[in-house]
Design a protein around this ligand. Structure first.
Ligand SMILES: Cc1ncc(COP(=O)(O)O)c(C=O)c1O
Length: 465
């Protein structure tokens, strides 16, 4: 902390503020990057430097950082009703409108919407509802949850247990018992030499079934998956993956939970990610794009069988013992309703498909003239670029080289914010991005890649694990 000016905002941040997903010692050394405001797809730091925010913050600010209609909706909502809740039969009126609209959009038939305030709460709520579902149907022993390696489902205890990322477990002695992980369906890293995509899918479904049989189907409540993994490195499953997995899961009476926290609301070129990948969930968790993150609001969509089980469980007059103070918050509901209205008016699905195609084609063109791009993958405006030492053999860079981190730092210098997940560079810009914005990302990416490539010339890689 010696370098930071005493009593500066940087020094005060280091003293008083514990950051998420940040190394404490390193933070004390380098200090924070202080952001002050946003304009469209751009954000500005305290020194006035402008950045293209190609990650929409944390995969969430789909309408950018200064949307006039969302600001106005928030102001009007605060003017009318600063707070109310959904406990004990009460509800703010506007939450009914939002629930109705979500049900109309829902990929799950005859759904109801349950509101919470974060993605983690939404994924954990799905777990509790899965337990209720089975208990109400006479199978209280079904408690285990199968998640996947490299999945991300949040930071609270069960949500973190469902994550398939060691960094979410290491400090905390997680996962909790009963939270299991099957393979990540990553064709680039997971397919064996000579294996076709169809063979790969068959193997993944076979290994899932072997796990279910070894654990005992009567002990397993649910399977959870992001349609396209976000934080695990933007992994698009191979064709037929969810169909094959679901055949196994249905055979054993296991509920299917979609984590749509990132993929929902147009991100992948459909309203929901499950529509892009052919997944047919029993419940879905929504957050982020629901309000473009202008308010901490999330939701669970639950289908009729789960609703009926919940009602049956409480038939003796008991109540659903679950809820958050800010569930169905009227200001959050108003902002989410306005966000949905903007998505409809901009025809978010068509717009994302067009902008996503331009971004992906541009990144593929950059990759074609680069010696260190191994894979460009993604759907809609959710694209990953995996950097490797040798594209021909898919040999990864030695982790110690921190090539992804180097790309991140160089991009930042160039005024571009991306997300390095290991050596995979994530692009997940606000959905309002236009051709000019996409081209700006491509220019800055090409420039950043050229610098990084020059620094790793002659470095030898190391085979991926
Ligand atoms: C796929 C996915 N699920 C759940 C979450 C957790 O959301 P939150 O941080 O709002 O709890 C995230 C957060 O990034 C996510 O990416």
């Amino acid at each position: 902390m010696a370098k930071l000016k005493p009593n500066s905002a940087e020094a005060r941040d280091v003293l008083f503020h514990l950051h998420s997903q940040t190394n404490p010692d390193l933070h004390a050394e380098v200090g924070p990057l202080i952001m002050t405001h946003g304009e469209g797809i751009h954000v500005f730091d305290a020194g006035g430097k402008r950045y293209v925010e190609a990650m929409a913050g944390l995969w969430c600010a789909s309408l950018g950082f200064s949307h006039a209609r969302l600001k106005a909706a928030a102001a009007a909502a605060y003017d009318r009703f600063g707070y109310y809740h959904s406990f004990n039969h009460k509800t703010p009126d506007i939450a009914i409108d939002l629930a109705e609209q979500l049900v109309a959009l829902s990929p799950i038939p005859e759904a109801q919407a349950y509101f919470a305030t974060s993605g983690s709460e939404a994924t954990e709520t799905m777990v509790k509802l899965a337990w209720v579902y089975h208990a109400a149907r006479g199978e209280p022993g079904r408690r285990k949850v199968i998640a996947r390696d490299r999945g991300f489902h949040g930071s609270t205890i069960a949500a973190a247990s469902m994550c398939g990322l060691p960094r979410m477990h290491r400090e905390f002695g997680l996962p909790l018992p009963g939270f299991l992980h099957t393979h990540c369906p990553d064709p680039y890293r997971g397919m064996r030499p000579g294996e076709t995509e169809a063979d790969f899918v068959k193997r993944l479904a076979g290994d899932l079934e072997a796990m279910i049989l070894a654990e005992g189907p009567e002990t397993i409540a649910a399977f959870i998956a992001e349609p396209i993994n976000a934080g695990g490195g933007i992994v698009v499953p191979p064709k037929g993956y969810f169909a094959a997995m679901e055949t196994v899961l249905r055979r054993h009476g296991i509920l299917i939970l979609a984590d749509e926290v990132v993929c929902g609301f147009g991100r992948t070129g459909n309203w929901f990610g499950c529509q892009t990948v052919g997944m047919t969930p029993d419940m879905a968790a929504l957050a982020k794009g629901l309000s473009s993150s202008y308010f901490p609001i999330s939701a669970v969509l639950l289908g009729r069988p789960v609703r009926e089980a919940l009602a049956a469980m409480n038939r003796a007059g008991e109540l659903f013992g679950h809820g958050f103070t800010n569930s169905a918050h009227p200001v959050g509901a108003a902002i989410a309703l306005e966000t949905l209205a903007v998505y409809r008016e901009m025809d978010v699905v068509a717009h994302v498909r067009a902008m996503g195609a331009r971004l992906k084609a541009g990144l593929q063109a950059i990759a074609a003239s680069s010696a260190i791009v191994g894979d460009v993958r993604g759907e809609g405006l959710m694209i990953g670029v995996e950097l490797v030492a040798d594209p021909a053999s898919r040999t990864a860079f030695a982790p110690g080289l921190k090539i992804g981190g180097r790309f991140d730092a160089t991009a930042l210098e160039n005024g571009l914010i991306i997300r390095a997940m290991g050596d995979t560079i994530g692009f997940c810009p606000p959905l309002i991005i236009d051709e000019t914005g996409v081209d700006a990302i491509l220019d800055l990416t090409a420039r950043t890649l050229a610098t990084v490539e020059a620094t790793c010339a002659g470095r030898t890689g190391q085979a991926a694990e």
